[in-house]
Design a protein around this ligand. Structure first.
Ligand code: PLP
Length: 427
Protein backbone atom coordinates (compact mmCIF):
# COMPACT_ATOMS: atom_id res chain seq x y z
CA UNK A 1 0.00 0.00 0.00
CA UNK A 2 1.21 3.57 -0.70
CA UNK A 3 1.74 6.17 1.95
CA UNK A 4 -1.39 8.16 2.70
CA UNK A 5 -3.51 5.73 0.77
CA UNK A 6 -7.07 6.00 1.94
CA UNK A 7 -8.66 2.98 3.49
CA UNK A 8 -11.72 1.49 1.85
CA UNK A 9 -13.30 0.96 5.23
CA UNK A 10 -13.55 4.20 7.18
CA UNK A 11 -13.91 3.88 10.95
CA UNK A 12 -15.88 6.17 13.21
CA UNK A 13 -13.97 8.95 14.88
CA UNK A 14 -11.93 7.79 17.88
CA UNK A 15 -13.21 9.19 21.17
CA UNK A 16 -11.86 12.70 21.72
CA UNK A 17 -13.57 13.57 24.99
CA UNK A 18 -10.82 11.86 26.96
CA UNK A 19 -7.24 13.03 27.54
CA UNK A 20 -5.87 10.30 25.30
CA UNK A 21 -7.03 8.44 22.20
CA UNK A 22 -9.69 5.79 22.89
CA UNK A 23 -10.62 3.09 20.38
CA UNK A 24 -13.37 0.48 20.63
CA UNK A 25 -12.87 -3.23 19.96
CA UNK A 26 -14.70 -2.84 16.64
CA UNK A 27 -12.37 -0.02 15.58
CA UNK A 28 -9.27 -1.98 16.63
CA UNK A 29 -10.57 -5.02 14.78
CA UNK A 30 -11.17 -2.96 11.61
CA UNK A 31 -7.67 -1.51 11.81
CA UNK A 32 -6.13 -4.89 12.63
CA UNK A 33 -7.83 -6.39 9.59
CA UNK A 34 -5.83 -4.05 7.30
CA UNK A 35 -2.83 -6.37 7.53
CA UNK A 36 -1.04 -5.80 10.83
CA UNK A 37 -2.80 -6.44 14.10
CA UNK A 38 -0.19 -4.44 16.02
CA UNK A 39 0.04 -0.78 15.02
CA UNK A 40 0.38 2.79 16.15
CA UNK A 41 -2.68 4.97 15.83
CA UNK A 42 -2.29 8.73 15.63
CA UNK A 43 -5.17 11.16 16.10
CA UNK A 44 -4.19 14.34 14.27
CA UNK A 45 -7.23 16.14 15.65
CA UNK A 46 -5.89 15.56 19.15
CA UNK A 47 -2.50 16.89 18.00
CA UNK A 48 -4.18 20.02 16.61
CA UNK A 49 -6.09 20.49 19.85
CA UNK A 50 -2.86 20.15 21.87
CA UNK A 51 -1.13 22.72 19.66
CA UNK A 52 -3.95 25.25 19.91
CA UNK A 53 -4.27 24.85 23.68
CA UNK A 54 -0.53 25.17 24.28
CA UNK A 55 -0.21 28.15 21.95
CA UNK A 56 -3.26 29.91 23.40
CA UNK A 57 -1.98 29.42 26.96
CA UNK A 58 1.41 30.95 26.13
CA UNK A 59 0.14 33.75 23.91
CA UNK A 60 -2.28 34.78 26.69
CA UNK A 61 0.57 34.87 29.21
CA UNK A 62 3.19 36.39 26.89
CA UNK A 63 1.99 37.49 23.48
CA UNK A 64 5.23 37.12 21.55
CA UNK A 65 5.48 33.32 21.94
CA UNK A 66 6.40 30.90 19.16
CA UNK A 67 6.29 27.10 19.23
CA UNK A 68 8.83 24.94 17.35
CA UNK A 69 7.95 21.23 17.43
CA UNK A 70 10.80 18.94 18.46
CA UNK A 71 11.20 16.59 15.49
CA UNK A 72 13.26 14.03 17.39
CA UNK A 73 10.24 13.23 19.56
CA UNK A 74 8.45 11.80 16.53
CA UNK A 75 9.55 12.79 13.04
CA UNK A 76 6.73 11.02 11.18
CA UNK A 77 6.24 13.50 8.30
CA UNK A 78 2.48 13.58 8.78
CA UNK A 79 3.01 15.21 12.19
CA UNK A 80 5.40 17.92 11.01
CA UNK A 81 3.20 18.69 7.99
CA UNK A 82 0.10 19.05 10.13
CA UNK A 83 1.86 21.32 12.64
CA UNK A 84 3.38 23.44 9.86
CA UNK A 85 -0.11 24.10 8.50
CA UNK A 86 -1.07 25.35 11.97
CA UNK A 87 1.81 27.87 12.04
CA UNK A 88 4.19 25.82 14.16
CA UNK A 89 7.95 25.95 13.50
CA UNK A 90 10.33 22.97 13.51
CA UNK A 91 13.08 22.21 16.02
CA UNK A 92 15.71 19.82 14.62
CA UNK A 93 19.03 18.46 15.85
CA UNK A 94 20.63 16.79 12.84
CA UNK A 95 21.13 17.12 9.10
CA UNK A 96 18.59 14.31 8.67
CA UNK A 97 15.89 16.14 10.63
CA UNK A 98 16.74 19.43 8.87
CA UNK A 99 16.26 17.68 5.52
CA UNK A 100 12.88 16.28 6.58
CA UNK A 101 11.75 19.70 7.80
CA UNK A 102 12.95 21.82 4.88
CA UNK A 103 13.14 19.54 1.83
CA UNK A 104 10.34 17.06 2.57
CA UNK A 105 7.89 19.26 4.44
CA UNK A 106 8.81 22.69 3.07
CA UNK A 107 9.46 24.55 6.33
CA UNK A 108 11.16 27.87 5.50
CA UNK A 109 14.69 27.83 6.99
CA UNK A 110 13.87 30.85 9.15
CA UNK A 111 11.06 28.81 10.70
CA UNK A 112 13.48 26.08 11.73
CA UNK A 113 15.46 26.04 14.98
CA UNK A 114 18.61 23.93 14.76
CA UNK A 115 20.07 22.59 18.01
CA UNK A 116 22.25 19.60 18.78
CA UNK A 117 25.71 18.79 20.09
CA UNK A 118 27.35 17.40 17.00
CA UNK A 119 27.47 18.87 13.51
CA UNK A 120 29.77 18.78 10.49
CA UNK A 121 31.20 22.06 9.14
CA UNK A 122 29.39 21.69 5.77
CA UNK A 123 26.04 21.44 7.50
CA UNK A 124 26.69 24.47 9.70
CA UNK A 125 27.78 26.50 6.66
CA UNK A 126 24.64 25.49 4.79
CA UNK A 127 22.22 26.36 7.59
CA UNK A 128 23.94 29.69 8.31
CA UNK A 129 23.71 30.61 4.62
CA UNK A 130 20.08 29.42 4.60
CA UNK A 131 19.34 31.85 7.44
CA UNK A 132 18.05 29.29 9.87
CA UNK A 133 17.90 29.76 13.68
CA UNK A 134 20.99 27.94 14.92
CA UNK A 135 21.79 27.62 18.62
CA UNK A 136 25.46 26.76 19.16
CA UNK A 137 25.87 24.11 21.82
CA UNK A 138 29.66 24.14 22.26
CA UNK A 139 32.85 26.12 21.73
CA UNK A 140 33.99 23.97 18.82
CA UNK A 141 30.82 25.06 16.98
CA UNK A 142 31.62 28.71 17.71
CA UNK A 143 35.11 28.14 16.25
CA UNK A 144 33.47 26.62 13.18
CA UNK A 145 31.08 29.58 12.87
CA UNK A 146 34.05 31.93 13.21
CA UNK A 147 35.74 30.30 10.21
CA UNK A 148 32.53 30.32 8.17
CA UNK A 149 31.92 34.00 8.84
CA UNK A 150 35.48 34.78 7.79
CA UNK A 151 34.86 32.93 4.51
CA UNK A 152 31.73 35.04 3.91
CA UNK A 153 32.82 38.52 5.04
CA UNK A 154 29.95 40.21 3.21
CA UNK A 155 27.24 38.12 4.84
CA UNK A 156 25.70 38.94 8.19
CA UNK A 157 24.98 35.83 10.31
CA UNK A 158 22.90 35.46 13.45
CA UNK A 159 23.07 32.69 16.04
CA UNK A 160 21.80 31.74 19.48
CA UNK A 161 23.75 30.10 22.30
CA UNK A 162 22.62 27.06 24.26
CA UNK A 163 23.52 27.47 27.91
CA UNK A 164 23.70 25.05 30.82
CA UNK A 165 23.43 25.97 34.50
CA UNK A 166 22.26 24.30 37.69
CA UNK A 167 18.49 24.11 38.17
CA UNK A 168 16.16 22.61 40.77
CA UNK A 169 15.37 18.95 41.24
CA UNK A 170 18.59 17.44 40.02
CA UNK A 171 18.67 19.41 36.80
CA UNK A 172 22.03 19.14 35.14
CA UNK A 173 22.68 19.15 31.43
CA UNK A 174 25.86 18.13 29.67
CA UNK A 175 24.64 20.08 26.64
CA UNK A 176 25.34 23.74 26.11
CA UNK A 177 27.98 26.23 27.18
CA UNK A 178 28.35 26.73 30.90
CA UNK A 179 26.69 29.90 32.10
CA UNK A 180 29.35 30.76 34.69
CA UNK A 181 30.92 34.23 34.79
CA UNK A 182 34.09 33.15 32.98
CA UNK A 183 32.23 31.52 30.06
CA UNK A 184 29.87 34.48 29.70
CA UNK A 185 32.90 36.78 29.59
CA UNK A 186 34.43 34.55 26.89
CA UNK A 187 31.17 34.71 24.92
CA UNK A 188 31.19 38.53 25.14
CA UNK A 189 34.75 38.50 23.82
CA UNK A 190 33.77 36.09 21.03
CA UNK A 191 30.99 38.50 20.05
CA UNK A 192 33.32 41.51 20.11
CA UNK A 193 35.77 39.78 17.75
CA UNK A 194 33.17 38.48 15.24
CA UNK A 195 31.64 41.49 13.54
CA UNK A 196 29.55 39.67 10.91
CA UNK A 197 27.97 37.17 13.29
CA UNK A 198 25.60 38.42 15.96
CA UNK A 199 24.60 36.44 19.03
CA UNK A 200 20.93 37.27 19.18
CA UNK A 201 19.37 34.95 21.72
CA UNK A 202 19.77 32.30 24.40
CA UNK A 203 18.51 28.74 24.70
CA UNK A 204 18.41 25.98 27.27
CA UNK A 205 16.74 22.59 27.54
CA UNK A 206 16.89 20.13 30.42
CA UNK A 207 15.66 16.58 30.24
CA UNK A 208 16.79 15.24 33.58
CA UNK A 209 15.16 17.67 35.96
CA UNK A 210 11.46 17.12 36.66
CA UNK A 211 8.84 18.76 34.46
CA UNK A 212 7.63 20.77 37.48
CA UNK A 213 6.94 24.50 37.79
CA UNK A 214 9.85 24.90 40.21
CA UNK A 215 12.14 23.47 37.55
CA UNK A 216 10.77 25.84 34.90
CA UNK A 217 11.15 28.82 37.26
CA UNK A 218 14.87 28.03 37.46
CA UNK A 219 15.13 27.39 33.72
CA UNK A 220 13.74 30.81 32.76
CA UNK A 221 15.55 32.66 35.56
CA UNK A 222 18.86 31.11 34.46
CA UNK A 223 18.34 32.31 30.88
CA UNK A 224 17.35 35.81 31.97
CA UNK A 225 20.31 36.12 34.34
CA UNK A 226 22.69 35.29 31.47
CA UNK A 227 20.76 37.60 29.14
CA UNK A 228 21.36 40.53 31.51
CA UNK A 229 25.10 39.96 31.22
CA UNK A 230 25.34 39.18 27.50
CA UNK A 231 22.84 41.82 26.35
CA UNK A 232 23.57 44.79 28.63
CA UNK A 233 22.35 47.53 26.28
CA UNK A 234 19.51 46.07 24.19
CA UNK A 235 17.46 42.94 24.87
CA UNK A 236 18.03 39.74 22.86
CA UNK A 237 15.79 38.84 19.93
CA UNK A 238 14.67 35.63 21.63
CA UNK A 239 14.74 33.54 24.78
CA UNK A 240 14.28 29.83 24.05
CA UNK A 241 13.07 27.83 27.05
CA UNK A 242 13.35 24.44 25.25
CA UNK A 243 10.88 21.61 25.74
CA UNK A 244 10.18 19.29 28.63
CA UNK A 245 6.54 20.13 29.38
CA UNK A 246 4.05 17.49 30.40
CA UNK A 247 1.04 17.07 28.11
CA UNK A 248 -2.46 16.09 29.13
CA UNK A 249 -2.34 12.45 30.19
CA UNK A 250 -4.44 9.64 31.61
CA UNK A 251 -5.03 10.01 35.36
CA UNK A 252 -3.37 6.64 36.11
CA UNK A 253 -0.13 8.08 34.69
CA UNK A 254 -0.50 11.57 36.18
CA UNK A 255 -0.96 10.10 39.66
CA UNK A 256 2.57 8.65 39.46
CA UNK A 257 4.18 12.11 39.37
CA UNK A 258 4.46 14.62 42.23
CA UNK A 259 3.05 17.37 39.98
CA UNK A 260 1.70 17.54 36.41
CA UNK A 261 1.21 21.23 35.61
CA UNK A 262 -1.22 22.06 32.81
CA UNK A 263 -0.34 24.32 29.88
CA UNK A 264 -1.72 27.48 31.59
CA UNK A 265 0.36 26.86 34.71
CA UNK A 266 3.56 26.54 32.63
CA UNK A 267 2.59 29.60 30.59
CA UNK A 268 1.91 31.71 33.69
CA UNK A 269 5.17 30.66 35.32
CA UNK A 270 7.32 31.44 32.29
CA UNK A 271 5.23 34.22 30.71
CA UNK A 272 4.97 36.30 33.90
CA UNK A 273 8.77 36.20 34.31
CA UNK A 274 9.22 37.27 30.66
CA UNK A 275 6.64 40.07 31.08
CA UNK A 276 8.27 41.30 34.25
CA UNK A 277 11.65 41.53 32.50
CA UNK A 278 10.78 42.68 28.99
CA UNK A 279 7.24 44.13 29.23
CA UNK A 280 3.91 42.80 27.99
CA UNK A 281 4.27 43.72 24.31
CA UNK A 282 7.96 43.12 23.96
CA UNK A 283 9.89 42.34 20.80
CA UNK A 284 11.71 39.50 22.56
CA UNK A 285 10.26 36.24 21.24
CA UNK A 286 9.71 33.46 23.74
CA UNK A 287 10.52 30.23 21.89
CA UNK A 288 9.24 26.85 23.10
CA UNK A 289 10.34 23.46 21.78
CA UNK A 290 7.76 20.96 23.00
CA UNK A 291 7.80 17.37 21.83
CA UNK A 292 6.06 15.25 24.44
CA UNK A 293 3.47 17.93 25.31
CA UNK A 294 2.18 18.02 21.72
CA UNK A 295 2.37 14.45 20.57
CA UNK A 296 2.44 12.00 23.50
CA UNK A 297 -1.30 11.73 24.11
CA UNK A 298 -2.18 11.87 20.39
CA UNK A 299 -0.81 8.40 19.64
CA UNK A 300 -1.41 4.93 21.04
CA UNK A 301 0.26 1.58 20.41
CA UNK A 302 -2.23 -1.25 19.97
CA UNK A 303 -1.22 -4.90 20.03
CA UNK A 304 -3.16 -8.13 20.03
CA UNK A 305 -3.11 -10.86 22.66
CA UNK A 306 -1.90 -14.03 20.93
CA UNK A 307 -2.01 -16.41 23.89
CA UNK A 308 -2.61 -16.35 27.62
CA UNK A 309 -0.60 -18.79 29.68
CA UNK A 310 -0.15 -19.56 33.36
CA UNK A 311 3.38 -20.08 34.72
CA UNK A 312 4.26 -20.44 38.40
CA UNK A 313 1.14 -18.62 39.54
CA UNK A 314 1.52 -15.78 37.01
CA UNK A 315 -0.83 -15.06 34.13
CA UNK A 316 1.14 -13.98 31.06
CA UNK A 317 -0.48 -12.36 28.03
CA UNK A 318 1.80 -12.75 24.99
CA UNK A 319 1.30 -9.89 22.54
CA UNK A 320 2.57 -9.12 19.03
CA UNK A 321 4.43 -6.05 20.25
CA UNK A 322 7.46 -5.44 22.41
CA UNK A 323 9.06 -3.22 24.96
CA UNK A 324 10.95 -1.79 21.98
CA UNK A 325 7.67 -0.35 20.71
CA UNK A 326 6.77 1.54 23.83
CA UNK A 327 9.43 1.77 26.42
CA UNK A 328 11.77 4.63 25.70
CA UNK A 329 12.53 7.55 27.99
CA UNK A 330 10.37 6.16 30.80
CA UNK A 331 11.78 6.14 34.32
CA UNK A 332 9.96 3.19 35.87
CA UNK A 333 6.39 4.45 35.49
CA UNK A 334 3.62 1.84 35.14
CA UNK A 335 2.63 2.64 31.56
CA UNK A 336 -1.03 3.43 30.97
CA UNK A 337 -2.68 0.55 29.15
CA UNK A 338 -6.28 -0.36 28.35
CA UNK A 339 -7.53 -3.92 27.96
CA UNK A 340 -10.08 -3.87 25.14
CA UNK A 341 -11.73 -7.27 25.30
CA UNK A 342 -13.45 -9.09 22.50
CA UNK A 343 -15.84 -10.64 25.04
CA UNK A 344 -15.60 -8.53 28.22
CA UNK A 345 -15.89 -10.57 31.42
CA UNK A 346 -16.30 -9.34 34.98
CA UNK A 347 -13.65 -10.22 37.57
CA UNK A 348 -10.47 -8.84 39.03
CA UNK A 349 -7.74 -11.14 37.76
CA UNK A 350 -4.24 -9.76 37.24
CA UNK A 351 -1.82 -10.39 34.39
CA UNK A 352 1.55 -9.37 32.97
CA UNK A 353 2.03 -8.36 29.33
CA UNK A 354 4.99 -10.08 27.66
CA UNK A 355 6.54 -9.22 24.31
CA UNK A 356 7.33 -10.89 21.00
CA UNK A 357 11.14 -10.96 21.25
CA UNK A 358 13.40 -13.62 22.75
CA UNK A 359 14.48 -11.37 25.60
CA UNK A 360 13.35 -12.46 29.07
CA UNK A 361 13.12 -8.80 30.12
CA UNK A 362 10.76 -7.97 27.26
CA UNK A 363 7.83 -7.36 29.60
CA UNK A 364 5.60 -4.47 28.57
CA UNK A 365 3.65 -4.11 31.84
CA UNK A 366 3.30 -5.98 35.12
CA UNK A 367 0.15 -6.36 37.20
CA UNK A 368 -2.60 -5.24 34.82
CA UNK A 369 -6.13 -5.77 36.21
CA UNK A 370 -8.66 -7.64 34.08
CA UNK A 371 -9.68 -10.93 32.54
CA UNK A 372 -7.54 -11.18 29.46
CA UNK A 373 -8.06 -13.64 26.60
CA UNK A 374 -6.46 -14.42 23.24
CA UNK A 375 -7.88 -12.08 20.58
CA UNK A 376 -8.20 -9.10 22.96
CA UNK A 377 -6.33 -5.87 22.26
CA UNK A 378 -4.03 -4.05 24.64
CA UNK A 379 -3.75 -0.36 23.91
CA UNK A 380 -0.84 1.59 25.39
CA UNK A 381 -1.66 5.26 25.72
CA UNK A 382 0.61 8.33 25.72
CA UNK A 383 2.81 6.67 23.09
CA UNK A 384 3.48 9.58 20.70
CA UNK A 385 6.95 10.46 21.99
CA UNK A 386 10.20 8.55 21.40
CA UNK A 387 8.49 5.28 20.40
CA UNK A 388 8.38 4.54 16.66
CA UNK A 389 11.44 6.75 16.06
CA UNK A 390 13.49 4.69 18.53
CA UNK A 391 12.03 1.27 17.67
CA UNK A 392 14.82 -1.02 16.47
CA UNK A 393 14.18 -3.66 13.85
CA UNK A 394 15.15 -6.20 16.55
CA UNK A 395 13.64 -9.57 15.53
CA UNK A 396 10.55 -7.85 14.07
CA UNK A 397 10.34 -4.82 11.75
CA UNK A 398 8.38 -1.77 12.88
CA UNK A 399 4.58 -1.77 12.75
CA UNK A 400 2.54 0.70 10.68
CA UNK A 401 1.15 4.02 11.86
CA UNK A 402 -2.48 4.64 11.00
CA UNK A 403 -3.76 8.13 11.43
CA UNK A 404 -7.04 9.91 11.72
CA UNK A 405 -7.43 13.28 9.99
CA UNK A 406 -10.33 15.24 8.50
CA UNK A 407 -12.75 12.37 9.14
CA UNK A 408 -10.52 10.02 7.17
CA UNK A 409 -8.33 7.14 8.12
CA UNK A 410 -4.94 7.11 6.41
CA UNK A 411 -1.66 5.27 6.53
CA UNK A 412 1.14 7.49 7.86
CA UNK A 413 3.76 4.72 7.81
CA UNK A 414 3.32 1.31 6.27
CA UNK A 415 4.39 -1.92 7.95
CA UNK A 416 8.15 -2.36 7.49
CA UNK A 417 9.23 -5.46 5.60
CA UNK A 418 12.37 -7.55 5.14
CA UNK A 419 13.48 -5.49 2.15
CA UNK A 420 13.39 -2.33 4.27
CA UNK A 421 15.48 -3.96 6.96
CA UNK A 422 18.06 -5.43 4.57
CA UNK A 423 18.30 -2.34 2.34
CA UNK A 424 21.50 -1.06 3.91
CA UNK A 425 23.26 -4.42 4.17
CA UNK A 426 25.45 -5.86 1.42
CA UNK A 427 23.86 -9.18 0.45
C1 PLP B 1 16.86 20.59 22.57
C2 PLP B 1 15.58 19.88 22.82
N1 PLP B 1 14.41 20.56 22.71
C3 PLP B 1 13.22 19.96 22.91
C4 PLP B 1 13.14 18.62 23.24
C5 PLP B 1 11.78 17.99 23.45
O1 PLP B 1 11.62 17.55 24.76
P1 PLP B 1 10.22 17.01 25.29
O2 PLP B 1 9.81 15.88 24.43
O3 PLP B 1 10.50 16.59 26.69
O4 PLP B 1 9.26 18.17 25.22
C6 PLP B 1 14.33 17.87 23.36
C7 PLP B 1 14.29 16.44 23.74
O5 PLP B 1 15.22 15.81 24.18
C8 PLP B 1 15.58 18.52 23.15
O6 PLP B 1 16.74 17.84 23.26
Amino acid sequence: MNLHELFDTPIDKPLSNVNHVALTYAQLHTLGAQGASAFYFLDLEKLRDNYHRLRQAFVSAYENSQIAYSFKTNYAPVIGRHLKDLGCWAEVVSAMEYHIATEVLGFAPDHVVVNGPLHEPDFIEKILLDGTNFNADAWYLLDMIGQISQRHPHRQFQIGIRLTYPIAEGGFSRFGISSDAESLQRLSEWQASHRNCRIRGLHSHFSNSSRSLVSFADRINGLLAASDILFPTAPPDFINIGGGFFGEMPQCLASQYAQTPDFSAYAQQIGSTMRARFGASSGVTLMLEPGTALIANAMVFACKVIEVKHVEGKTLALVNGSNHNINHKWAGEALPVQLISQHPQAGNAEFDIVGNTCIEKDVLRLGVQGNVAAGDYLVFQYMGGYTNVLKQPFIHPCQPIYCWQDKQLRIAKRQENITDILATYVL
